[in-house]
Design a protein around this ligand. Structure first.
Ligand code: HEM
Length: 205
């Protein structure tokens, strides 16, 4: 691992947070909710779409991420969210998602290949073509993931999905000729190497 990269716990299944931990922008341990939200919002602005994310939903999601009991909610509020303890928490879909990271947070190329089958050829701002997914394609992909998980899914899982890839599209999506899309090549870098695209973060130095 290059010296500037930080290790990330397999108990953190969120590909976006994993990249921020690896970059050293977030702690793998307890993250105060305000710092977590400020960091996510700052990074989101470095994307092509200069996405302006609201702080409240980020803070609410993080508040419940380690457990919903009153005692746990107070603990999270006071000490911050424990990013190395997200697995098994209320947001863990336990395999009802894309499966690109398995239950031990190992990258599964076959599941990224499956995601690519929901996409189509896109032309980026430089005129290069690549496979990517726009919002309509992402929605079909999420519906298929939910359908695939029949018998082991919760109703809330489909709602949770709306806060994952569609938000990633706003943050990390590329502006194509017709619409924004998530590049499969960039998703591989994110999920497998825990890196955001080169073009992001640069403005943060
Ligand atoms: C802008 C902010 C965020 C983005 C773009 C984002 C994006 C994503 C994406 C794309 C996934 C993968 C879903 C899949 O593979 O099906 C995911 C999973 C997950 N995220 Fe995030 N996330 C964000 C913030 C957060 C926050 C603040 C938390 C909690 C503190 C969180 C917790 C999780 C968890 C627990 C999972 C695993 C869900 C599962 O079991 O599939 N994420 N996120």
């Amino acid at each position: 691992m290059p010296e500037d990269r930080k290790p990330v716990s397999p108990q953190n299944p969120c590909p976006f947070l994993r990249a921020l931990v690896a970059e050293g922008l977030l702690s793998d341990q307890y993250e105060p909710l305000k710092h977590l939200s400020d960091t996510i919002r700052t990074v989101a602005r470095t994307g092509d779409g200069t996405a302006e994310l609201h702080a409240t939903p980020i803070i609410l999601i993080a508040l419940v991420a380690n457990g919903l009991s009153p005692l746990q909610l107070v603990r999270t509020r006071v000490h911050g969210v424990h990013l190395s303890a997200l697995r098994g928490g209320p947001l863990d879909k336990k395999g009802a998602g894309s499966g690109i990271l398995d239950q031990s947070s190992r990258f599964d190329q076959s599941q990224l290949d499956r995601m690519a089958t929901f996409g189509s050829e896109k032309v980026d701002a430089n005129g290069n073509t690549e496979i990517g997914l726009n919002l309509a394609e992402i929605t079909k992909f999420m519906n298929a993931n939910f359908a695939r998980a029949k018998g082991r899914r919760r109703l809330i899982d489909r709602r949770l999905m709306d806060g994952e890839f569609p938000i990633l599209l706003r943050v990390m999506g590329k502006q194509g000729r017709d619409a924004r899309y998530l590049s499969i090549a960039e998703l591989k870098t994110l999920f497998a190497e825990r890196r955001l695209p080169e073009r992001m973060l640069r403005p943060l130095g």
